[in-house]
Design a protein around this ligand. Structure first.
Ligand code: GTP
Ligand code: SPV
Ligand code: MN
Length: 605
């Protein structure tokens, strides 16, 4: 593999590739064609370099172990470098773009010594879809290339659609570890230390510069950087929504009626699981359209249409089992990349809560021998908390045919949620669109291992599950949601709900979650259908516990508790929003949200 010649006649693209090559000084340039042969060749070079371990038990699947400094997104090193600080808003890190470019250019200088620079043309969204966007990632990481093969549509077809003049989003990436002559990586994951990592976005130029990390959203630039941070800026000016949402299709088999649901939960809070859910109640079917990102646009028929811009799943491994998520387990049987999970002696993967004990001695995510000790509650986990699988979406047994639908699917319901041990009930429904926007704006959740530099377990506000992903001022983002609602006629406007699978009672989850969440989806379906029954409460509409389809494992008392309004808890919630959350947005906080806050405060008495 060494096709240095550009296969593209796009002058701007070719000039940019040349410019970056002369800055970063790679040994060679390679234009990716997206073929299986290319994938296999790249994997072989990673095996030869001691960075990938083939898994005997899973065809065409490989294990990678990253550096301990490079296991998740790093929010403190993620920047929105808009010209004005105010455009980035109070929730983003901001640096003046000129200053940041100067700083990063110095780091990029010669940073690809001893490496190949790969040119990855990719499409977010089905190739040729009017909603899709094209990006080109330049990277010195073959691990990134193979992941991008799975997560996006990559290759020559994209260059064909791009043509000579098409628009593309330049995405520059380096792991930030140049090699001196005769050096190699010695089988160690190459990256830069944390204080040299940068995940930078230039929203006015629609450009992404990432340096120093090879992991997940820091490095697979089509995902959080392009499809959320940069896309959210484009969406604001073009009248659509780029969201951290799964998309699912639910069918009531008795009459084959279908609803499409989009749901925003913060990182590692259950999107992949809900998207692939196997209902525990008879007569219902759930299929997956997407598990992490949704792009939604008002359609000509007055409905809101959503596509999943991705082509694969970059899913959380721990907690995934045949019990909790069999469809994910089937999706990762072959052609899958695993990162930071544990390795078994017979060449398979293992992680915490995979559903069975560790089969003998393992190699943990640090590369060290690990023997399970169930008597030691403090034993360090064998798989990192943010260890992940990368698998093609088409391998999911319940992938919906609409996954490839160029126009997307019409959304009936939008859900917000997070990990809230108290206060927030199992489910409640917004009275109208603006009340729903209020719900999105107050989402809070316990922090998970999906970000490296935050304290796991602390509850923080994560509006719309977009706190780390909104590319502009969050107050303007709230306003944009209100405006989009106005563009959709009432009849087509999705209904908005707030769910919480994570309420705790006596230190344990009060609700069984996973497949049992189908009972909540059924209520939501019926609310959208007009056939549902609900009670009006100060916080919104809720099911009556007396006629809610309850699982046997939940007592009537517990159900009542999680389906009632905790008035005192909500008063504290409202006080916190008033004193600590909403003031952050200053005069950019839409008056509609102030009004919703005042109204709920009044209703609570
Ligand atoms: P990102 O990929 O980081 O955006 O995460 P995600 O929102 O897709 O989260 P995912 O579905 O991968 O779930 C993360 C963790 O939450 C896993 O360990 C799951 O087992 C666990 N989880 C998911 N759904 C439920 C649920 O309904 N109840 C409980 N208790 N845990 C759940
Ligand atoms: C998340 O953190 O929400 C993820 C994983 O989906 S990453 O792609 O690394 O951002
Ligand atoms: Mn995510």
């Amino acid at each position: 593999m060494s096709c240095c010649e550009s296969p593209s006649n796009h002058e701007k693209l070719n000039a940019w590739v040349k410019e970056i090559a002369s800055l970063t000084e790679p040994d060679s340039i390679y234009w990716c064609d997206g073929t299986k042969a290319e994938y296999d060749e790249m994997v072989q070079s990673l095996i030869d370099a001691g960075l990938a371990t083939p898994l005997k038990k899973r065809p065409n699947s490989y294990l990678f172990r990253s550096d301990p400094s490079d296991v998740a997104r790093v929010e403190s090193r993620t920047y929105i470098a808009s010209k004005s600080k105010d455009d980035a808003g109070p929730t983003n890190n901001w640096i003046d773009p000129k200053e940041l470019k100067k700083e990063m250019t110095a780091l990029y200088k010669g940073c690809m010594h001893g490496r190949t620079m790969y040119v990855i043309p990719f499409s977010m969204g089905p190739i040729g879809s009017p909603i899709a966007k094209i990006g080109v990632e330049l990277t010195d990481s073959p691990y990134v290339v193979i992941n991008m093969h799975i997560m996006a549509r990559v290759g020559v077809k994209v260059l064909e659609v791009l043509g000579a003049k098409g628009e593309f989003i330049p995405c520059l990436h380096s792991i930030g570890k140049p090699l001196l002559s005769c050096q190699d990586d010695n089988g160690k994951w190459p990256c830069a230390p944390i204080d040299k990592k940068y995940i930078a976005h230039f929203p006015e130029e629609k450009t992404i510069w990432s340096y120093g990390s090879g992991y997940g959203g820091n490095a697979l630039l089509g995902k959080k950087c392009l499809a959320l941070r940069i896309a959210s800026v484009a969406a604001k000016s073009e009248g659509w929504l780029a969201e951290h949402m799964l998309i699912l299709k639910i069918t009531r088999e008795s009459d084959n009626k279908v609803k499409y649901i989009a749901a925003a939960f913060p990182s590692a809070c259950g999107k992949t699981n809900l998207a692939m859910l196997v209902p525990t109640i008879k007569g219902w079917k759930v299929e997956t359209v997407g598990d992490d990102i949704a792009w939604m646009r008002p359609g000509k028929d007055g409905k809101l249409y959503a596509i999943n811009p991705e082509a694969g799943f970059f899913g959380v491994a721990p907690g995934t089992s045949m019990d909790s998520n069999p469809n994910a387990m089937h999706s990762i049987e072959e052609n899958t990349i695993f990162t930071n999970v544990a390795l078994t002696e017979d060449g398979d993967v293992w992680w915490e809560q995979i559903g069975y004990d560790a089969p003998g001695k393992l190699i943990d995510w640090h590369g060290k021998e690990w023997v399970q000790d169930k008597s030691n509650k403090d034993q360090a986990p064998a798989a990192h908390g943010n260890s992940r699988f990368t698998a093609p979406a088409k391998q999911c047994p319940v992938i919906a045919p609409e996954f490839e639908e160029l126009a997307g699917v019409p959304i009936d319901a939008i859900l917000f949620g997070g990990r809230r041990p108290s206060t927030i009930p199992l489910v409640h429904q917004a009275k109208n669109w603006n009340h729903g926007v209020f719900m999105g704006s107050i989402v809070g959740s316990e922090i998970t291992a999906a970000a490296l530099d935050l304290k796991v377990g602390d509850v923080r506000r994560d509006p719309f599950a977009m706190l780390p992903f909104c590319g502009y001022h969050m107050g303007d983002y709230f306003k944009h949601w209100i405006e989009v609602g106005k563009k959709i006629p009432e009849a087509g406007r999705p209904k908005i709900f707030f769910v919480n699978w994570f309420r705790k009672k006596d230190g344990k989850f009060a609700w069984p979650g996973y497949g049992e969440n189908s009972r909540v989806l059924k209520w939501i379906f019926e609310q959208c259908d007009g056939s549902g029954k609900s009670v009006d409460t100060p916080i919104g509409l809720m099911p009556d516990p007396a006629n809610f389809d309850k699982p046997d494992s939940v007592s009537e008392d517990t159900l009542k508790e999680i389906l009632s309004v905790d008035v005192e808890g909500w008063k504290k919630e409202i006080a916190d929003i008033k004193q600590n959350h909403y003031p952050k947005f200053g005069n950019k906080l839409p008056k509609e949200l102030q009004e919703e806050l005042a109204a709920i405060e009044k209703r609570l008495g």
